[in-house]
Design a binder for this molecule. Structure first.
Ligand code: GLY
Length: 365
């Protein structure tokens, strides 16, 4: 078991990473001195019953409540938050009580947001059950919900008190879901760590097949990179923007396909990273050698050509979503570009017609 301390301005907490460690949640909370009388478990309905039982039986609290959540972007809304708040209020939870989240990124975002606004904040333990949430959304305190105006437009920065990332929980997930989380690990290597990139490139299959030693190292190294970034820039003034590598393109691709099952979030991010690498090469920031390494790694995962999904007639729709991106601060679109493997630039502003022209060439290749 590995323990990674996270020290942000607003809170210090630890991430525990290991195989079958939810069994030790009682010992871990005791060691971390996290005490409470009442606990509300917010659990993604997709989590197998056997795991729910195991975790529940290990938590000692006077009163335990459960809210089963149908995790989906559609249900990541104010109405779910209201249902959670009602349980907390009806049962007179105090700030010393706890929300324990068991689920993926959507469940984590909803639970964290509820925890942040109930009596201005109660204790929050996150047990991420997907690779994506273990390497990304459970670290750094972004919480939020969607509404008809867009995704994550209402939210807060609220750090958890404890994160337990158990790789055993990943074993029931389909390969596609693992690749989705892998996208963020790969992204982290491009942002900050060439050594991690070579480790991923050499051991790709072992990692996605969840070979214990390899998946644990990939998660730990990836979390270390996100830790370093959020510790320096918790509220995303500048450095944290680097974590959006591949996401300006990726978000637009998934939105342009109406978030269909054809392309999930992580897959869109991998295509987004491919586009960011091509753009970086075009603007002469990324040299051929590193570019070739990135493209070759993505092609091992079969992410090689966007025209499986889009034709030139879709370009206006893609650009429209890029313009709506909430990270833009002018009429230009903000892109994270790659300088070399392990270093990115957060400050590129490119006009919509220029990006359209760039994508047009990519789609007609
Ligand atoms: N997922 C990007 C961030 O946490 O900032």
């Amino acid at each position: 078991m590995k323990v990674l301390p996270i020290k942000t301005k607003s809170k210090h907490y630890k991430i525990y990473i290991g195989n079958n460690i939810v069994n030790q949640i009682d010992k871990i909370t005791k060691k971390e001195n996290i005490n409470f009388e009442k606990s509300l478990f917010i659990i993604d309905r997709n989590v197998p019953n056997s795991i729910i039982k195991k975790i529940k039986s290990k938590i000692f609290s006077e009163k335990k409540f459960i809210y089963l959540f149908n995790a989906s972007e559609k249900n990541k809304n104010l109405s779910s938050i209201n249902s959670i708040l009602k349980i907390l209020l009806k049962n007179n939870f105090t700030r010393n009580d706890v929300i324990i989240c068991l689920g993926g990124g959507i469940t984590g975002d909803v639970s964290g947001f509820a925890a942040s606004i109930y009596k201005r904040g109660l204790k929050f333990i996150n047990i991420p059950s997907t690779l994506l949430s273990q390497v990304d959304s459970s670290i750094g305190g972004k919480t939020g919900i969607n509404n008809k105006f867009g995704k994550n437009l209402i939210g807060s920065f609220y750090q958890p008190d404890l994160v337990i990332s158990d790789t055993k929980l990943l074993e029931s997930l389909p390969r596609r879901e693992i690749i989705c989380g892998y996208a963020e690990i790969f992204k982290h290597s491009l942002i900050k760590d060439k050594k991690l990139f070579f480790f991923l490139d050499k051991n790709l299959e072992k990692i996605v097949k969840l070979k214990k030693k390899f998946i644990e190292k990939a998660i730990l190294e990836s979390c270390k990179i996100k830790k370093e970034i959020v510790e320096k820039d918790e509220k995303e003034s500048n450095l944290r923007k680097s974590l959006n590598l591949g996401h300006t393109f990726g978000h637009a691709y998934e939105a342009a396909l109406n978030y269909s099952k054809k392309l999930n979030h992580g897959e869109a991010v991998l295509y987004g990273i491919l586009s960011a690498a091509k753009l970086s090469k075009k603007i002469r920031s990324l040299k051929n050698n590193d570019y070739d390494l990135i493209v070759s790694h993505l092609s091992k995962l079969n992410f090689d050509n966007l025209n499986k999904f889009f034709k030139t007639k879709d370009l206006n729709r893609i650009i429209k979503f890029m313009i709506l991106d909430k990270k833009n601060i002018s009429k230009k679109i903000n892109f994270i570009t790659i300088n070399k493997i392990g270093s990115v630039n957060t400050k590129n502003q490119i006009s919509p017609p220029k990006i359209k022209q760039f994508l047009k060439i990519e789609l007609t290749k």
